[in-house]
Structure formats: C-alpha cells, structure tokens
Design a protein around this ligand. Structure first.
Ligand code: C2E
Ligand code: CA
Ligand code: CA
Length: 429
C-alpha cells in the first residue's frame, strides 16, 4: 500500500454525500439536454462473512481494490462512490437503455478474476440494481432507493445478478413483506401443512442404482401458489425463521427415511439441507434428539452445508461438524466450486463428501476449463478420502464424462426431478 494509509486511500474515493451532489448536477444537466443516465447500486455477496473470517483490515483492502476495479470498468464518463459497508454507488450516462444492461454485466464479470490481497487471490461476487433517469425516478433519493430495491431483488434471485427496477420490482417487494408475515405466522403457530418435502433421488454412477434422496422444500401456498425455496428460504434465513423451519424439515425427512427403511426398501441415505443460522452450538443436540425420536440410525442421515458456510466462522463450524460426525451423521459440502473454493481448507474441515455444483457440470464436457476443474475436484476429493456427488446432471454426455472421471454419485433431471413422496416410492423403492 506504500506511504498512503488505507483510510487515506479510502478518502480518495467519493462517499455518499459527493455522490448525491454529483447526481443532482447530473439530473439538472440531463433535464436540460434530455439525456439519460443510470444509477447503479453494487453490493457484494457474502462480504460480512469475509470480514468476519479475515478481519476488517483485510475487508477494507478488498473494498479498496473493488472500488478501483469498478472505476476501471465504468471509465472516465461515469462516477463511482462508496456508499456504506460493502455497497458502491455508480452513475453513468447512456444513449440507450440496453447500455445499462451491458455495463451491469461488465461489472459482474469484472469480479471473475478475483482480487489480489496480500499475496493471495480472493474471489467475491456482486449483485447490481439499476434505475434509469428519468424512467424510474426524477430525483436522486428516488433513483438510489429504486436501484437499491432492484439490487435486493437481484440478491433474492440468487446473487451475482443485476436487476432493473420496474413495476414488478415494487410488487415483488410487497410480496416479500407478505411472505415474511406468512412465514412468521407459520413458525409462531407451528403450522406447516402448506410445506412439503420433495425427494430427488441420488444414483451410484457405476451401477446406476438409486442410493437415497435429497429432501427439497416446497411451499404450496393458497395465497401465492407454489413457491420454490429460492423465493422464501433466504427470507426465512434473514429473519431468523429458518431455525424453526429447519427443525420441522429435519424431523419430516428423518421420519420419512425411517418409514421407507422399515418398509423394507433399499434406502441408504436422506440428505437434508442446512442453513448457516441452524448451525448453532445446540444443533448437534437437536439432531441427536430428532434421530432418537424418529428411531433413524445416524448413518442414514447426510447433512448438506454450503461451501461458503463451511469457510466462514470456520472454528465454530468445525466444532459443530465434529460433534455431528461424532453422532455418526454424514456431512456433505454442497455447491462446491460455486463460490470461494479454497482447496487448502478442504483438508481441514470434517466432511464425508463433496457435491460438485451444477454450474460446473452444466457445460461439461464441451467447456474445457470446467472439465479440468471437475476432474481435479474428483481427484482431490478421492485423495482426501471423500466421496463425490455431481449435481444438476441433465445430459448423457455429462454422465459419461463423470463416469469416465470416476465420480461416485450423481443427481439431476436426466434421471429424475425432485418428486413427491408417493412418486418417489413408486419409482425408486
Ligand atoms: P441445492 O441444495 O443446491 O439443491 C439443488 C437444486 O437443484 C434443487 O432446486 C433441485 O431441484 C435443482 N436441480 C436438481 N437437479 C437439477 C438439474 O438437473 N438441473 C437443474 N437445472 N436443477 C436441478 P430447488 O429444489 O429449487 O432448491 C433450491 C435451493 O434451495 C437448494 O439448492 C437449497 O439451497 C435450498 N433448499 C431447498 N430445500 C431446502 C431445505 O429444506 N432447507 C434449506 N436450508 N435449504 C433448502
Ligand atoms: Ca443441497
Ligand atoms: Ca447444491
């Protein structure tokens, strides 16, 4: 960093106040010349976790590098400022609406190569919300809040995206509030009739035999229709409601597994997704009680935790995972290869298997880079004595590739979508 200290370096970047001034000037200028421009809110995905795991100094350095990168992409004609936390504000002139989309895409792609901090490279992604002047707001506050709302929607839709504000965004925001209220009511009253678990079979790759299933949540809401988990799990997580929902999910999945095993079927495992908020110190107690109450033997249960979760707060996570494995429950590392995969930590966390993210599988075997990465993950996992599952397998070509590379298991639409329990029974038990 040289002589310039970090805080001084920060000061060289305009803050929110300067941005507002710039924006007000841009608005009056554009009114006179009938020019258009875009306001973008860029928010990093999972930055708090990085800050927590690596410390604030590291976080600051990263933000500085990101600011520089954003400036480089936006160029001379735009204005980049820091808002607060891990949020940046951008204003740039446009000729056509479409240019805003191209810029947002460039911004998101601009993160792909990662950022070099103190000799190591770190990978982060960002979500972008866009508002256009004059279409989406006539004053600076309006434009920023509209872009912010769009950014939040981008995150809800799975991060690393950009979203335009429009009437739909506004309606969606109202819907988020309604969904939150319904979820609150559901957990307060312990009434989960509208929730359903679907079961997606997992197969042994060498033999094609089904070995068990991953439980995936659905919400059949009379008010909203069928809701997919992407639309409400993040809300439940943000509001802390996932802990109670998660208890219900775990109980339901364990009961189902026990029922299938007792009915004489060859059913070897039930995989259940676990959110970060659930992994508190009392979690292993809850799992132990649930197994006891349902009578399910622990080795039938596999808990899926995401890669990002495993990396953050890693000491506590390791502790809880060790306790769970002590019970005899298996742990799978979900979405591997989608986030900040760090190979060095892989050998240090207590897991049993790795699930290769569908995004890597998607363009196999045509995409050479992804093929090499997938092959390396399989080899690495095996050398660490972990099993490997590929998820999102949709084509025969993907399947043959994975078979050739000796991946152990797979799941995906090629063989089956997630199914209601009766259909699962009929087809796979
Ligand atoms: P995930 O854990 O990565 O689950 C896999 C997702 O990929 C599922 O989406 C599944 O339906 C979908 N999928 C499976 N095979 C294919 C395929 O061949 N092609 C494509 N395009 N997709 C495939 P789903 O059910 O919508 O779940 C989305 C996410 O919601 C899950 O991602 C998981 O993170 C979360 N989720 C689902 N159920 C639960 C739950 O009970 N608890 C928690 N905490 N999260 C859950
Ligand atoms: Ca999963
Ligand atoms: Ca996954």
């Amino acid at each position: 960093m040289g002589i310039l200290s970090l805080s001084e370096a920060w000061r060289s970047m305009p803050g929110r106040k300067s941005f507002l001034q710039h924006l007000n000037r841009a608005i009056s200028g554009s009114r006179e010349n009938k020019r258009r421009f875009a306001v973008m809110v860029v928010d990093l995905d999972g930055f708090n976790e990085i800050n927590y795991a690596k410390g604030c100094d590291y976080g600051d350095k990263l933000l500085l590098e990101i600011g520089k990168r954003l400036k480089l992409i936006i160029g001379e004609k735009g204005y980049v400022a820091r808002s607060w936390g891990d949020e940046f504000l951008i204003a740039c002139h446009l000729k056509k609406e479409k240019e805003a989309l191209n810029k947002a895409e460039e911004l998101i792609k601009g993160f792909d190569e990662g950022f070099k901090i103190g000799g190591e490279r770190i990978y982060v992604t960002a979500s972008v919300g866009i508002a256009l002047f004059p279409n989406h707001g006539e004053n600076s506050e309006n434009l920023i809040s509209t872009a912010s709302m769009a950014m939040k929607r981008a995150k809800e839709n799975g991060r690393k995206r950009y979203v335009f504000d429009d009437i739909k965004t506004r309606n969606d925001t109202c819907r988020v509030i309604e969904i939150t209220n319904c979820l609150k009511e559901m957990t307060e009253e312990d009434k989960y009739e509208e929730l359903e678990l679907l079961y997606q079979p997992q197969f042994h790759l060498a033999t094609g035999k089904s070995v068990g299933a991953e439980a995936l949540l659905r919400w059949n809401s009379p008010k909203f229709g069928l809701l997919m988990p992407n639309l409400f799990i993040s809300i439940a997580e943000e509001r802390g409601l996932i802990v109670k929902l998660g208890e219900w999910i775990l109980m339901k999945a364990c009961k189902q597994a026990k029922y299938w095993i007792d009915s004489g079927a060859s059913f070897q495992k039930m995989a259940v997704n676990i959110s970060k908020q659930q992994l508190s110190t009392s979690f292993s107690g809850l799992v132990r009680d649930t197994l006891k109450r349902t009578g399910l033997e622990p080795h039938y249960l596999e808990l899926e935790i995401t890669e990002t979760l495993a990396m953050t707060d890693s000491e506590r996570t390791k502790l809880v995972l060790n306790e769970l494995r002590g019970l005899g429950v298996r742990i799978a590392l979900d979405d591997f290869g989608s986030g900040y995969s760090s190979l060095s930590y892989l050998s240090s966390i207590p897991i049993d298997c790795i699930k290769i993210d569908a995004a890597l599988i998607k363009d196999l075997p045509g995409n050479q880079k992804n093929s090499i990465i997938t092959e390396s993950i399989i080899e690495l996992a095996h050398s660490l004595d972990y099993g490997v599952i590929a998820e999102g397998v949709e084509t025969r070509e993907q399947l043959s590739f994975l078979k050739e590379k000796k991946c152990d298991y797979f799941q995906g639409f090629l063989f089956s979508k997630p199914l209601p329990k009766k259909d699962y029974e009929r087809k796979f038990l």
